[in-house]
Design a binder for this molecule. Structure first.
Ligand code: ADP
Ligand code: MG
Ligand code: MG
Length: 869
């Protein structure tokens, strides 16, 4: 098996094997773009490393060495050699890009001898030692796990001793001395000398990249972005080019369009005399690319051409890295750029209009989850005027965020968990801060540009971020930030506007978003393309109306019990529950009927004639009962029973395992009068609204928690008898459906029988997941985290459908149900109805619709369209 590929042996289609970076380096090589030569060690080698208990197999090591000899031949240089030494970078690169999550080592191949050769051959001693000190630090950090900040401290001390501010002001002599100090420090930490053998350095570095696939921040990032740990990372070994060779050299990053707004204009920043991550790390403030036009017009022109070539080739916005070595331009990376949701919409719509791509491809350019940011509130413009702008930074990632100030990621995480809303304020962020960035409402940094870590990560997460607000002074130890002489602490609120870069004092109210402009156009395309329908789960007219605005085509689930928790109703509900005779129960139900009916009318009207599925009472009854002694006494008095009697009733209702207890259709089996009342409410409300509005609503009555066809048949008979009587009585016409929720494994396995009594199935995948795994969704959180740590599960099965197990139940039920009744209508109303990968699955197995909460309706619409192409 081949584990190592030279760049020219690969291409862009080989992402799974070569990783995104490797596949694109190969593709660019083939396109004739100036790329330093190199090779890629495959993701399969990484997986084998983990299978082999974290050692690289000898055959792979041999193949790496062999390919290195080919690279030597191709470059005319020698690796670790004493003439014309070949230096390389060792770069991680997984299938999906994970910016900053894993590690890269530059200038590998340097040692005490080659550094002198390099100095002599380039006639640039400063450059050689600058490269060496960087290499020692990166190798120490990445391979040997010596803290980078300890090296940084030595560097800072040196700068102070020499009385300079910038790294670039250190002389060759200074850097030589720094190298000695770094090596001494390395020895003191590791007990061995810094490795001098280039091939040993190489294998150590490749191993470290494989190892970094499993570091904690990479794991957090993967879970957040649905990347399975089984993908592994590839490693790219590439000839170095040098941006740190002096004032005609530099390095930078570029986007073919603006990643924050989507504007069709190349957006790039660079730093002269700099290497690698210097631009992103915010060491010095970078220059906009327009300045390069004045400095090096030829190079500038070539740069612009390549950027355009790449965008046209990939037909998507590109995020690129480049380096200029003594005036000569090299590209080092390209990928489809991360962008804000707003930018993604604009770019997708523009590219279709420019004829660069099709609607089908364009709808793939947005991760459905990204829509979230567009659906969430922005600042109330009126109120914003009353808050002073205390600082302005770069509009790095749009959105509106309000919270109290947190000064470290750890603090942000803890305070968020304690229920506070916080804004994370940092000098600059680093990959270690990821959990705090997730927890925070928004992120504010003092240093860094549009391509800084904070900006890139925030855009990826859809979090609001203002970067590089230089007027702010942060004191992390004292937990204060100072702007224009005014001091703010952890109890002060600030508000960030990620679209303008403004930072406001105080807490600003937010307002609801709208689907219009590019968003409307884009969603229109998604709707044209998809066949899977999208409904919503809504229990109130307000939620229903919200969902209609977001494009819901009906209601897939109305939970009737939610209507009975309101203060004026719970009391009657309790009367109904504690009733010991049918008569008493009917009396209470009589009072509930008009309330329930008016709820349904409200919902029907909000849905403007669209389909509405109403689920009958589902939870265990004791959920409605009072728990505090005073409440119990009060209720007893009002019900005219003794406290003892009431306590007796409550004790009787107690269940050891309520989720598997007296609930769902079992309630209707015990107390058919409840189902009667609910049927009456559904049918009468529909008749009235149809008459009033001239609509033709066809209510869908859904019986929950069925596991056996006879129990469905029993409840259905009550529904049909009641409904038909009302319709006949009124001499009206009304069509209605009776179906069931499929959420018990037994129902899936007997779906053919159940289908004989059902007009539709709606999969309740929350309960189905719970019952299939045999763990409760309310308790699983405590132990599932151990399952993630131990890589037994990659994802929370309550958030993302377990396709192998629970999915098989669903599929079985679909096959059996449709086999019996080809017209059977099929939907999903669990949480999974709004999860993109689950939506794709539901599309593939032939469901008619998914139903999800109102804010996820646009997400599901897009996911359904993407599943189609
Ligand atoms: P990341 O995935 O975190 O961006 P990269 O592997 O792309 O890490 O590398 C980090 C930095 O080093 C980037 O700025 C990249 O351009 C630079 N770099 C990588 N390889 C080389 C090379 N062969 N020559 C010059 N610079 C390089
Ligand atoms: Mg990179
Ligand atoms: Mg259920």
């Amino acid at each position: 098996k081949k584990y190592v590929y030279l760049f020219h042996e690969g291409d862009a289609s080989m992402k799974n094997l070569l990783g995104g970076k490797g596949a694109n380096l190969a593709e660019m090589t083939n396109l004739g773009i100036p790329i330093p030569k190199g090779f890629t060690v495959t993701t399969e080698a990484c997986n084998k490393y983990y299978d082999d208990d974290k050692v690289i197999a000898p055959e792979i090591i041999n193949e790496i060495h062999h390919t290195m000899s080919q690279l030597e031949a191709a470059t005319g240089k020698t690796f670790g050699g004493e003439v014309n030494p070949l230096l390389v970078s060792v770069r991680s690169g997984a299938r999906a890009s994970m910016p900053g999550m894993m590690d890269t080592i530059l200038n590998l191949g340097l040692n005490d001898k080659t550094v002198e050769v390099l100095a002599k051959e380039t006639n640039n001693e400063r450059f050689a030692y600058d490269s060496y000190r960087r290499f020692i630090m990166m190798f120490g950090d990445v391979v040997m796990e010596i803290h980078k900040k300890d090296f940084d401290a030595i560097l800072e001390e040196m700068k102070e001793a020499k009385g300079v501010h910038l790294d670039t002001e250190l002389t060759a002599e200074d850097l030589k001395e720094l190298v000695l100090q770094f090596k001494a420090f390395y020895r003191s930490q590791k007990g061995t000398d810094f490795p001098q053998d280039a091939r040993e350095q190489l294998i150590e570095a490749v191993t470290a990249v494989f190892r970094s696939w499993d570091n904690p921040r990479a794991n957090v990032y993967r879970r957040l972005n649905d990347i399975p740990s089984s993908w592994g990372t590839a490693v790219n070994v590439q000839e170095m080019v040098f941006g740190n060779k002096g004032d005609t050299s530099g390095s930078g990053v570029a986007f073919s369009r603006n990643p924050a707004t989507g504007e069709k204009k190349i957006f790039a920043e660079y730093l002269m005399n700099a290497q690698g991550e210097d631009v992103v790390a915010g060491i010095r403030t970078p220059s906009p690319i327009e300045e390069l036009e004045k400095q090096m017009p030829e190079t500038y022109k070539q740069f612009m051409d390549i950027v355009n070539t790449l965008e046209n080739h990939y037909r998507d916005m590109q995020d690129m890295e480049f380096t200029i070595e003594e005036g000569k331009l090299y590209f080092l990376q390209t990928r489809n750029g991360k962008r804000t949701a707003q930018a993604a919409l604009k770019i997708a719509v523009d590219m279709v209009e420019e004829g660069l791509t099709t609607k089908e491809k364009a709808i793939l350019m947005l991760d459905p989850k990204q829509l979230d940011t567009l659906l969430h509130p922005a600042f109330n413009q009126e109120e914003m005027k009353n808050h002073p702008v205390i600082a302005t930074g770069l509009p790095a990632s749009p959105g509106a965020a309000t919270g109290k100030i947190a000064f470290t990621a750890q603090e942000a995480k803890e305070r968020h968990e304690a229920g506070e809303m916080v804004v994370l304020v940092r000098q600059e962020t680093s990959p270690e801060d990821i959990e705090g960035m997730i927890a925070a409402e928004g992120i504010l940094t003092v240093r860094g540009g549009m391509t800084s870590h904070a900006a890139v990560v925030a855009r990826g997460m859809g979090a609001c971020c203002v970067a590089g607000a230089g007027a702010i002074k942060v004191d992390e130890k004292k937990k204060t930030m100072t702007v224009n002489g005014k001091v703010y602490g952890t109890e002060d609120y600030i508000s960030l506007d990620g679209s303008t870069g403004n930072v406001y004092e105080g807490k600003i109210e937010t307002v609801e978003p709208e689907i219009s402009g590019h968003f409307g156009t884009f969603m229109g395309w998604a709707d044209e393309i998809r066949s899977l329908k999208v409904r919503t789960n809504a229990d109130t007219p307000h939620d229903a109306a919200q969902a209609v605005k977001f494009g819901a085509e009906g209601i897939g689930l109305t939970r009737t019990e939610h209507m009975f928790f309101a203060e004026d109703r719970i009391f009657i509900m309790r009367q109904m529950i504690v009733a010991r005779t049918e008569e008493a129960r009917r009396a209470a139900l009589e009072k509930l009927l008009p309330m329930q009916k008016s709820d349904f009318k409200g919902i029907y009207k909000a849905m403007e004639g669209r389909a509405v599925t109403i689920r009958f009472l589902d939870p265990p009854l004791h959920e409605f009962l009072p728990t505090h002694p005073e409440e119990i006494e009060e209720l007893a008095a009002a019900l005219n029973v003794t406290t003892d009697e009431l306590n007796g009733v409550i004790t009787d209702l107690h269940e050891f395992n309520p989720m598997m207890g007296h609930r769902g259709c079992r309630l209707a089996v015990s107390y058919p009068e409840i189902a009667e009342m609910q049927t009456r409410a559904v049918i009468e409300a529909a008749l009235e609204v149809n008459a009033e509005m001239g609509w033709n609503i066809v209510p869908e009555i859904m019986i929950p928690l069925v596991g056996e066809v006879k129990e469905l048949k029993y409840v259905k008979n009550i529904v049909v008898k009641t409904a038909d009587a009302i319709i006949a009585e009124q001499g009206a016409e009304l069509k209605y459906l009776v179906g069931t929720m499929i959420e018990i494994p037994r129902a899936c396995m007997t779906a053919d029988e159940i289908a004989t009594e059902a007009d539709f199935f709606s999969f309740g995948t929350n309960d189905l997941t719970q019952m299939s795994f045999g763990f409760s969704r309310d308790d699983a959180g405590t132990f599932l985290k151990h399952y993630y740590e131990k890589k037994i599960y990659d994802f929370d099965p309550f958030a993302k459908l377990d396709q192998d197990g629970v999915g098989k139940f669903v599929k079985t039920a679909v096959t059996l149900g449709r086999g019996e009744k080809p017209t059977l209508k099929l939907g999903v109303c669990g949480e999974h109805g709004g999860d993109p990968s689950s939506v794709e699955f539901f599309h593939n197995i032939g469901l008619d619709y998914v139903s999800c909460s109102p804010f996820r309706v646009p997400v599901a619409r897009l996911a359904a369209a993407q599943a189609e192409v």
